[in-house]
Design a binder for this molecule. Sequence first.
Ligand code: GLN
Length: 246
Amino acid sequence: MQNTPLELKIAHLYPDLLNIYGDFGNILALEKRAKWRDIRVEVVHVKSGTQINADDYDLFFAGGGQDAQQILAANEFLKNANELSRAAYALKPMLAICGSYQLFGKYYTTGDGQKIRGISLLDVSTSAGKKRFIGNVTAICDFLPVRTIVGFENHSGVTYLGEKAKPLFKIKVGNGNNGVDRTEGARYKNVFGTYLHGPILPKNPHFCDYLLELALNTKYKCKIPLLPLEDSLEYYAHESRICAKY
Ligand code: GLN
């Protein structure tokens, strides 16, 4: 295998419905940081109505969305729930941002009381709160070499974790899941949900590389460390967003 180039196929789920606050930048970060290491990357923008086969992809990404788009996206997720669940249990990394994070959970109840069923890949439940959480976030990550995570939140959803979900990050500045328990996001196996736009991956290259390594390790069934990149600009951007109050 050492002479054949590494390959990754990334599913960008429903960008026609879930792609707000620059979340497309996460796909660019995954694609570029893989290609800069001579990994062959194919990104498939999975449009509404497309049937997903878990075997076709190595990594899954879904962005944020407003309530109206979430209702449409939930139907797409539910139609593909078995295959998305099969991908999750095959330890293929999946990253869901904000609106799709909520739909990867058990349900999202909108501000006007509509209960949107999720696909329960994450044991989280969300209901729209009275107040909108908007602003820069600084959080702490306990599973990466660089421990700070920066991003931007803009959601009315208030999310609480059930016993099968672990918090993804710990809030230092900002609200995160609910503005009460200082948790941000959730993780189960290699399924990651977070409220952080930004987009999160260009601003946190260590998290982007972690997802790429998980995808390679799962696909090739061995540990494939990524070559380091010259990331001075990326970390200049990262450090410039660490909230002063931190
Ligand atoms: N509509 C959801 C909320 O307001 C998600 C918004 C988003 O994806 N930024 O909580």
